[in-house]
Ligand binder design. Structure first.
Ligand code: ZN
Length: 180
């Protein structure tokens, strides 16, 4: 069997367990795990990214930020590279939200290429979800602000993956065209 498969299934099982009680913010309140699966799938099947570390990190990318998992916990299970990438794409939840959002823009240029790929796919996934299934309490203005903030983050990591950046731009353009 391809050596990638056990790693991906282990990451998927870990993420599914950690996110098991969580739901997405969209009106349909989809299971949270749909989102990391979407990010990994998008990287692989739309971006052609086949690096198993990046794909597994995509599955795990919200476990530190949103489920209380730690870098120290991920390390023995998935190795230090993977733990580092997940830590790189995680906000520090002890900071106020506005500061976290500002820091994401600031840090985007300085993280590893693997972390930039995960971030790029994460932003595409979130924009698509915000356009198709926005949180019920979000005004058009709030959606618009979210799109613009995501673009500010992506603008700082350009030159990482041409194809995914094009997909991001297309998603941004469509979302800000008429609907927003
Ligand atoms: Zn995410």
């Amino acid at each position: 069997m391809n050596a990638i498969v056990p790693l991906l299934l282990k990451a998927l099982a870990f993420a599914a367990d950690r996110h098991r009680t969580q739901r997405r913010k969209g009106a349909d309140a989809a299971p949270y795990i749909n989102h990391p699966i979407d990010v990994a799938n998008l990287l692989c099947n739309e971006g052609g990214v086949t690096d198993p570390i990046v794909l597994a990190a995509a599955l795990l990318h919200d476990t530190i930020e949103d489920t209380g998992a730690t870098r120290e916990e991920l390390e023995p299970l998935f190795g230090s590279d993977m733990a580092r990438i997940v830590a790189e794409v995680s906000d520090d939840k002890s900071l106020p939200k506005a500061e976290r959002k500002r820091l994401q823009i600031e840090h985007a240029a300085h993280v590893s290429r693997e972390a930039k790929l995960v971030k790029l796919a994460d932003k595409i996934s979130n924009l698509r979800e915000t356009a198709s299934n926005p949180p019920v309490d979000w005004s058009l203005e709030r959606r618009r602000e979210y799109f613009d903030w995501a673009k500010a983050v992506v603008d700082r990591l350009r030159g990482t993956h041409e194809g995914l950046e094009r997909i991001f731009d297309e998603t941004y353009r469509k979302g800000t065209d008429k609907r927003l």
